[in-house]
Design a protein around this ligand. Structure first.
Ligand code: GAR
Length: 187
């Protein structure tokens, strides 16, 4: 089994989708650790319920970004992590982590990149008035939601229904993420 760590800052619905796929044997992987930067992230409850070790590392508690990343790397190495899976981790990955896990960090983003990187991609797309948006899974580099694209799926914007559109996007995320990871891990 591939040993993965999931990084999340929020609700963690993508964490749950991946965790379920691992548990049900759909993904030949094991989540060995969850890392969050937010002490109140709901993903912490989800990890506990799934009996997966979770660590909160608040960047502000460290004297530099490098020190924060070294603490993250120590945890990952102790857990013998092979891949890092970002699932709503709203923070740029710095040079230390990138060089510790070259081409081994994956991200999911709720738009058809390179359109609408950054925060609230679904809101940005609706605000812009696009008729089609979607989901992207990509390899992480030093940029914000940049890096080689691994998979994309389009989602039609439901006019006048931001919530409904977001719901469809999240459902697509939960399927596309596990399918893309499956393809990567079976290589
Ligand atoms: C997801 O929609 C994910 O694509 C997005 O955060 C959400 C997390 O939801 N990520 C980004 O915007 C990255 N720039 P979740 O906590 O329920 O998985």
């Amino acid at each position: 089994k591939v040993r993965i760590a999931v990084f999340a800052s929020g609700s963690g619905s993508n964490f749950t989708a991946i965790e379920q796929a691992c548990r049900e044997g759909e993904l030949q992987a094991e989540i060995v650790h969850v890392i969050t930067d937010k002490p109140d992230a709901y993903v912490i409850e989800r990890a506990k319920q799934a009996e997966i070790p979770v660590t909160v590392l608040r960047p502000k508690a460290f004297e530099s970004k490098a020190a924060h990343e070294h603490a993250v790397i120590d945890i990952l190495q102790a857990a013998e992590t092979e891949w890092i899976i970002l699932a709503g981790y709203m923070r740029l990955i710095g040079p230390n982590l990138l060089s510790a896990y070259p081409s081994r960090i994956i991200n999911i983003h709720p738009s058809l990149l390179p359109s609408f990187p950054g925060k609230d991609a679904i809101g940005q797309a609706i605000e812009h008035g696009v008729k089609v948006t979607g989901v992207t899974v990509h390899l992480v580099d030093a940029g914000m939601d940049t890096g080689p694209i691994l998979a994309q799926e389009a989602v039609r914007v439901i006019e006048g229904d931001a919530e409904g559109t977001a719901e469809v996007i999240h459902k697509v995320e939960h399927v596309l993420y596990k399918e893309t990871l499956k393809m990567l891990f079976e290589k």
